[in-house]
Design a protein around this ligand. Structure first.
Ligand SMILES: Nc1ncnc2c1ncn2[C@@H]1O[C@H](COP(=O)(O)OP(=O)(O)OP(=O)(O)O)[C@@H](O)[C@H]1O
Length: 306
Protein backbone atom coordinates (compact mmCIF):
# COMPACT_ATOMS: atom_id res chain seq x y z
CA UNK A 1 0.00 0.00 0.00
CA UNK A 2 1.13 3.56 -0.48
CA UNK A 3 2.15 5.14 2.79
CA UNK A 4 0.98 8.68 3.26
CA UNK A 5 2.80 10.55 5.94
CA UNK A 6 0.84 12.89 8.15
CA UNK A 7 2.02 16.42 8.55
CA UNK A 8 3.22 15.69 12.09
CA UNK A 9 1.20 15.30 15.27
CA UNK A 10 -0.47 18.69 15.44
CA UNK A 11 -2.64 17.30 18.20
CA UNK A 12 -5.55 19.09 19.80
CA UNK A 13 -8.69 20.89 18.76
CA UNK A 14 -8.32 21.99 15.20
CA UNK A 15 -5.19 19.91 14.82
CA UNK A 16 -4.33 18.81 11.36
CA UNK A 17 -5.44 21.93 9.53
CA UNK A 18 -2.88 21.91 6.81
CA UNK A 19 -3.97 24.56 4.37
CA UNK A 20 -7.71 25.04 4.49
CA UNK A 21 -9.71 23.91 1.53
CA UNK A 22 -11.72 26.73 -0.06
CA UNK A 23 -14.71 24.39 -0.28
CA UNK A 24 -16.27 22.78 2.73
CA UNK A 25 -15.42 19.11 2.84
CA UNK A 26 -18.33 17.10 1.47
CA UNK A 27 -19.93 20.04 -0.28
CA UNK A 28 -23.54 19.38 -1.31
CA UNK A 29 -22.68 19.00 -4.97
CA UNK A 30 -20.48 16.11 -3.99
CA UNK A 31 -23.57 14.12 -3.09
CA UNK A 32 -23.87 13.54 -6.82
CA UNK A 33 -20.45 11.91 -6.65
CA UNK A 34 -21.81 8.39 -6.38
CA UNK A 35 -22.49 7.94 -10.09
CA UNK A 36 -18.97 9.08 -10.91
CA UNK A 37 -17.48 6.87 -8.24
CA UNK A 38 -19.49 3.92 -9.45
CA UNK A 39 -18.27 4.41 -13.03
CA UNK A 40 -14.69 4.95 -11.91
CA UNK A 41 -14.77 1.79 -9.84
CA UNK A 42 -16.40 -0.15 -12.69
CA UNK A 43 -13.89 1.11 -15.24
CA UNK A 44 -10.67 1.04 -13.27
CA UNK A 45 -11.01 -1.55 -10.55
CA UNK A 46 -10.86 -5.02 -12.01
CA UNK A 47 -12.42 -8.15 -10.59
CA UNK A 48 -14.08 -6.63 -7.54
CA UNK A 49 -17.80 -6.25 -8.29
CA UNK A 50 -18.70 -7.10 -4.69
CA UNK A 51 -16.71 -4.11 -3.54
CA UNK A 52 -18.57 -1.80 -5.89
CA UNK A 53 -21.92 -3.25 -4.85
CA UNK A 54 -21.20 -2.66 -1.18
CA UNK A 55 -19.20 0.55 -1.08
CA UNK A 56 -21.17 2.80 -3.44
CA UNK A 57 -24.62 2.43 -1.79
CA UNK A 58 -23.06 2.48 1.67
CA UNK A 59 -21.39 5.83 1.09
CA UNK A 60 -24.31 7.28 -0.84
CA UNK A 61 -26.81 6.49 1.91
CA UNK A 62 -24.50 7.70 4.62
CA UNK A 63 -23.95 11.08 2.97
CA UNK A 64 -27.61 11.58 2.17
CA UNK A 65 -28.50 11.24 5.82
CA UNK A 66 -28.06 14.60 7.57
CA UNK A 67 -28.27 12.91 10.98
CA UNK A 68 -26.51 9.57 10.78
CA UNK A 69 -26.95 7.38 13.85
CA UNK A 70 -23.29 6.43 13.85
CA UNK A 71 -20.16 7.00 11.76
CA UNK A 72 -19.71 4.95 8.64
CA UNK A 73 -17.23 2.19 9.42
CA UNK A 74 -15.95 -0.06 6.67
CA UNK A 75 -13.29 -2.73 6.90
CA UNK A 76 -11.50 -3.82 3.72
CA UNK A 77 -10.04 -7.32 3.73
CA UNK A 78 -8.07 -9.29 1.19
CA UNK A 79 -4.63 -10.44 0.16
CA UNK A 80 -1.97 -8.13 -1.19
CA UNK A 81 -2.49 -6.14 -4.40
CA UNK A 82 -6.21 -6.76 -4.73
CA UNK A 83 -7.09 -3.05 -4.64
CA UNK A 84 -7.90 -2.15 -1.02
CA UNK A 85 -5.74 0.97 -0.94
CA UNK A 86 -6.58 1.78 -4.54
CA UNK A 87 -10.33 1.76 -3.83
CA UNK A 88 -10.01 3.75 -0.61
CA UNK A 89 -7.96 6.45 -2.32
CA UNK A 90 -10.47 6.57 -5.17
CA UNK A 91 -13.26 6.97 -2.64
CA UNK A 92 -11.67 9.88 -0.79
CA UNK A 93 -10.82 11.52 -4.12
CA UNK A 94 -14.54 11.71 -4.82
CA UNK A 95 -15.41 12.93 -1.36
CA UNK A 96 -12.69 15.45 -0.62
CA UNK A 97 -11.02 18.06 -2.71
CA UNK A 98 -7.41 16.97 -2.92
CA UNK A 99 -8.24 13.34 -2.06
CA UNK A 100 -5.66 11.81 0.25
CA UNK A 101 -3.91 15.17 0.53
CA UNK A 102 -7.03 16.86 1.90
CA UNK A 103 -6.70 18.21 5.45
CA UNK A 104 -9.88 16.29 6.27
CA UNK A 105 -8.46 12.91 5.32
CA UNK A 106 -6.23 11.26 7.90
CA UNK A 107 -4.24 8.21 7.05
CA UNK A 108 -2.49 6.04 9.60
CA UNK A 109 0.02 3.31 9.05
CA UNK A 110 1.38 1.35 12.02
CA UNK A 111 4.92 1.31 10.63
CA UNK A 112 4.99 5.06 10.09
CA UNK A 113 2.91 6.34 12.98
CA UNK A 114 3.03 3.66 15.68
CA UNK A 115 6.32 1.84 15.19
CA UNK A 116 7.39 1.31 18.81
CA UNK A 117 5.38 -1.14 20.93
CA UNK A 118 6.74 0.39 24.14
CA UNK A 119 5.20 3.75 23.28
CA UNK A 120 1.69 2.32 23.07
CA UNK A 121 0.25 4.50 25.84
CA UNK A 122 1.60 7.65 24.18
CA UNK A 123 0.23 6.55 20.80
CA UNK A 124 -3.17 5.90 22.35
CA UNK A 125 -3.29 9.35 23.84
CA UNK A 126 -2.10 11.01 20.61
CA UNK A 127 -4.54 9.09 18.46
CA UNK A 128 -7.50 9.94 20.67
CA UNK A 129 -6.64 13.63 20.63
CA UNK A 130 -5.98 13.58 16.93
CA UNK A 131 -9.39 12.09 16.15
CA UNK A 132 -11.19 14.33 18.61
CA UNK A 133 -9.40 17.47 17.44
CA UNK A 134 -10.03 16.82 13.80
CA UNK A 135 -13.68 15.91 14.27
CA UNK A 136 -14.20 19.10 16.24
CA UNK A 137 -12.68 20.93 13.31
CA UNK A 138 -14.75 19.07 10.71
CA UNK A 139 -17.25 16.35 11.54
CA UNK A 140 -17.15 15.08 7.98
CA UNK A 141 -13.61 13.79 8.17
CA UNK A 142 -12.25 10.47 7.01
CA UNK A 143 -9.80 8.26 8.89
CA UNK A 144 -7.97 5.51 7.06
CA UNK A 145 -6.15 2.87 9.06
CA UNK A 146 -3.78 0.85 6.90
CA UNK A 147 -2.33 -2.53 7.70
CA UNK A 148 -4.61 -3.16 10.63
CA UNK A 149 -3.03 -6.57 10.98
CA UNK A 150 0.22 -4.86 11.98
CA UNK A 151 -1.44 -2.47 14.39
CA UNK A 152 -0.93 -3.13 18.08
CA UNK A 153 -4.22 -4.67 19.30
CA UNK A 154 -4.36 -2.24 22.25
CA UNK A 155 -4.51 0.79 19.97
CA UNK A 156 -7.89 -0.10 18.59
CA UNK A 157 -9.49 0.30 22.01
CA UNK A 158 -8.94 4.01 21.76
CA UNK A 159 -10.73 4.25 18.42
CA UNK A 160 -13.70 2.17 19.49
CA UNK A 161 -15.67 4.88 21.32
CA UNK A 162 -15.64 6.99 18.15
CA UNK A 163 -17.21 4.25 16.05
CA UNK A 164 -20.42 3.81 17.99
CA UNK A 165 -23.61 5.87 18.12
CA UNK A 166 -23.03 7.59 21.43
CA UNK A 167 -20.58 10.32 20.62
CA UNK A 168 -22.03 13.81 20.43
CA UNK A 169 -19.97 15.74 22.93
CA UNK A 170 -19.75 19.51 23.44
CA UNK A 171 -21.40 20.15 20.11
CA UNK A 172 -19.06 17.92 18.18
CA UNK A 173 -20.90 15.37 16.14
CA UNK A 174 -18.74 12.30 15.91
CA UNK A 175 -21.35 10.46 13.90
CA UNK A 176 -20.59 12.03 10.55
CA UNK A 177 -17.08 10.65 10.18
CA UNK A 178 -15.96 7.85 7.89
CA UNK A 179 -13.55 5.22 9.17
CA UNK A 180 -11.90 2.73 6.83
CA UNK A 181 -9.79 -0.13 8.12
CA UNK A 182 -7.55 -1.92 5.64
CA UNK A 183 -5.91 -5.26 6.27
CA UNK A 184 -4.72 -8.54 4.80
CA UNK A 185 -6.52 -10.25 7.68
CA UNK A 186 -9.03 -12.75 6.39
CA UNK A 187 -7.28 -12.74 3.00
CA UNK A 188 -6.30 -16.38 3.21
CA UNK A 189 -9.83 -17.32 4.06
CA UNK A 190 -11.24 -15.30 1.17
CA UNK A 191 -8.71 -16.95 -1.16
CA UNK A 192 -9.60 -20.41 0.11
CA UNK A 193 -13.34 -19.86 -0.32
CA UNK A 194 -12.75 -18.48 -3.82
CA UNK A 195 -10.56 -21.45 -4.71
CA UNK A 196 -13.20 -23.87 -3.41
CA UNK A 197 -15.69 -22.22 -5.75
CA UNK A 198 -13.29 -22.64 -8.63
CA UNK A 199 -12.92 -26.33 -7.81
CA UNK A 200 -16.73 -26.58 -7.76
CA UNK A 201 -16.77 -24.99 -11.27
CA UNK A 202 -18.45 -21.89 -9.96
CA UNK A 203 -17.61 -18.30 -10.69
CA UNK A 204 -15.51 -16.53 -8.06
CA UNK A 205 -18.16 -13.82 -7.82
CA UNK A 206 -20.71 -16.35 -6.65
CA UNK A 207 -19.05 -16.26 -3.26
CA UNK A 208 -21.66 -16.00 -0.55
CA UNK A 209 -21.46 -12.85 1.53
CA UNK A 210 -23.56 -14.53 4.21
CA UNK A 211 -20.86 -17.16 4.66
CA UNK A 212 -17.91 -14.93 4.05
CA UNK A 213 -18.54 -11.99 6.37
CA UNK A 214 -18.97 -13.91 9.64
CA UNK A 215 -16.02 -16.12 8.70
CA UNK A 216 -13.76 -13.10 8.11
CA UNK A 217 -14.92 -11.47 11.35
CA UNK A 218 -14.19 -14.64 13.27
CA UNK A 219 -10.77 -15.16 11.66
CA UNK A 220 -9.74 -11.57 12.31
CA UNK A 221 -11.03 -11.43 15.85
CA UNK A 222 -9.34 -14.68 16.83
CA UNK A 223 -5.97 -13.90 15.27
CA UNK A 224 -3.56 -12.61 17.94
CA UNK A 225 -1.52 -10.90 15.19
CA UNK A 226 -4.48 -8.78 14.15
CA UNK A 227 -5.10 -5.25 15.35
CA UNK A 228 -8.71 -6.30 15.87
CA UNK A 229 -7.71 -9.13 18.16
CA UNK A 230 -10.24 -9.52 20.94
CA UNK A 231 -11.28 -5.90 20.47
CA UNK A 232 -14.93 -5.17 20.99
CA UNK A 233 -15.22 -3.72 17.48
CA UNK A 234 -16.48 -6.94 16.02
CA UNK A 235 -18.55 -8.15 18.97
CA UNK A 236 -20.23 -4.78 19.33
CA UNK A 237 -21.06 -4.69 15.61
CA UNK A 238 -19.30 -1.39 15.16
CA UNK A 239 -18.20 -2.27 11.63
CA UNK A 240 -21.02 -1.51 9.21
CA UNK A 241 -19.48 -3.15 6.15
CA UNK A 242 -16.94 -5.92 5.99
CA UNK A 243 -15.74 -5.66 2.40
CA UNK A 244 -13.92 -8.68 0.94
CA UNK A 245 -11.46 -8.22 -1.93
CA UNK A 246 -11.26 -11.39 -4.03
CA UNK A 247 -7.99 -12.77 -5.42
CA UNK A 248 -7.34 -11.72 -9.02
CA UNK A 249 -7.04 -14.09 -11.96
CA UNK A 250 -4.63 -13.98 -14.89
CA UNK A 251 -7.05 -12.04 -17.11
CA UNK A 252 -7.51 -9.41 -14.37
CA UNK A 253 -3.75 -8.99 -14.17
CA UNK A 254 -3.68 -8.50 -17.94
CA UNK A 255 -6.22 -5.69 -17.56
CA UNK A 256 -4.02 -4.08 -14.91
CA UNK A 257 -1.05 -4.29 -17.27
CA UNK A 258 -3.05 -2.65 -20.08
CA UNK A 259 -4.23 0.18 -17.78
CA UNK A 260 -0.71 0.78 -16.58
CA UNK A 261 0.71 0.85 -20.12
CA UNK A 262 -1.96 3.33 -21.18
CA UNK A 263 -1.31 5.47 -18.12
CA UNK A 264 2.41 5.53 -18.80
CA UNK A 265 1.76 6.43 -22.44
CA UNK A 266 3.37 3.19 -23.64
CA UNK A 267 2.25 1.10 -26.57
CA UNK A 268 -0.11 -1.73 -25.63
CA UNK A 269 1.44 -4.74 -27.33
CA UNK A 270 -0.43 -8.02 -26.67
CA UNK A 271 2.86 -9.92 -26.40
CA UNK A 272 4.13 -7.62 -23.66
CA UNK A 273 0.80 -7.73 -21.80
CA UNK A 274 0.95 -11.53 -21.83
CA UNK A 275 4.59 -11.63 -20.77
CA UNK A 276 4.12 -9.26 -17.84
CA UNK A 277 1.05 -11.16 -16.64
CA UNK A 278 2.89 -14.48 -17.02
CA UNK A 279 5.84 -13.23 -14.98
CA UNK A 280 3.70 -12.91 -11.83
CA UNK A 281 3.41 -15.83 -9.40
CA UNK A 282 0.06 -17.61 -9.22
CA UNK A 283 -1.48 -20.03 -6.73
CA UNK A 284 -2.19 -22.85 -6.08
CA UNK A 285 1.16 -24.23 -7.16
CA UNK A 286 -0.34 -26.72 -9.60
CA UNK A 287 -3.26 -24.98 -11.22
CA UNK A 288 -1.93 -21.39 -11.03
CA UNK A 289 -5.33 -19.71 -10.97
CA UNK A 290 -4.99 -16.62 -8.79
CA UNK A 291 -2.25 -14.02 -8.66
CA UNK A 292 -0.28 -14.23 -5.39
CA UNK A 293 0.43 -10.50 -5.48
CA UNK A 294 -2.72 -9.30 -7.21
CA UNK A 295 -1.79 -6.37 -9.45
CA UNK A 296 0.70 -4.97 -7.00
CA UNK A 297 3.93 -5.61 -8.87
CA UNK A 298 2.60 -4.80 -12.33
CA UNK A 299 4.00 -1.26 -12.42
CA UNK A 300 7.51 -2.26 -11.44
CA UNK A 301 7.52 -5.28 -13.78
CA UNK A 302 6.56 -3.28 -16.84
CA UNK A 303 9.88 -1.45 -16.76
CA UNK A 304 11.69 -4.79 -17.29
CA UNK A 305 9.93 -5.28 -20.58
CA UNK A 306 10.75 -1.90 -22.11
N1 LIG B 1 -8.60 -4.70 -8.42
C1 LIG B 1 -7.71 -3.89 -9.01
N2 LIG B 1 -8.01 -3.25 -10.15
C2 LIG B 1 -7.11 -2.46 -10.76
N3 LIG B 1 -5.87 -2.21 -10.30
C3 LIG B 1 -5.54 -2.80 -9.16
C4 LIG B 1 -6.41 -3.66 -8.44
N4 LIG B 1 -5.80 -4.11 -7.36
C5 LIG B 1 -4.58 -3.56 -7.36
N5 LIG B 1 -4.41 -2.76 -8.43
C6 LIG B 1 -3.19 -2.01 -8.80
O1 LIG B 1 -2.16 -2.43 -7.94
C7 LIG B 1 -1.70 -1.36 -7.12
C8 LIG B 1 -1.53 -1.86 -5.71
O2 LIG B 1 -2.81 -2.17 -5.16
P1 LIG B 1 -3.25 -1.74 -3.69
O3 LIG B 1 -2.19 -0.91 -3.05
O4 LIG B 1 -4.62 -1.17 -3.74
O5 LIG B 1 -3.27 -3.17 -3.01
P2 LIG B 1 -3.75 -3.54 -1.56
O6 LIG B 1 -4.90 -4.46 -1.70
O7 LIG B 1 -3.95 -2.29 -0.74
O8 LIG B 1 -2.47 -4.36 -1.08
P3 LIG B 1 -1.77 -4.46 0.35
O9 LIG B 1 -2.59 -5.43 1.14
O10 LIG B 1 -0.42 -5.01 0.02
O11 LIG B 1 -1.75 -3.09 0.93
C9 LIG B 1 -2.75 -0.27 -7.24
O12 LIG B 1 -2.20 1.00 -7.13
C10 LIG B 1 -3.35 -0.52 -8.60
O13 LIG B 1 -2.55 0.12 -9.57
Amino acid sequence: SGLWALGGWAVGAGGGQRGRSPLPAFSKRRLGFAAGLECDLATNVVGQPLVRQQVVPAVREFLQNPHPAKPLVMSFHGSTGTGKTYVSSMLVRYLFQGGLQSPYVHQFSPIVHFPHAERLEQYKENLKHWIQGNLTNCGRSAFLFEEMDKMHPGLIDVIMPFLGPSWVVYGTNYRKAIFIFISNAGGELINKMTLDLWHAHKDREEISMQDLVPAISKAVFENPQSGFWKSGIINDSLIDFVVPFLPLKHHHVKQCVISELVQQGLEVRPGIVQEVADSIPYFPEEEKIFSSTGCKTVTSRISFFF
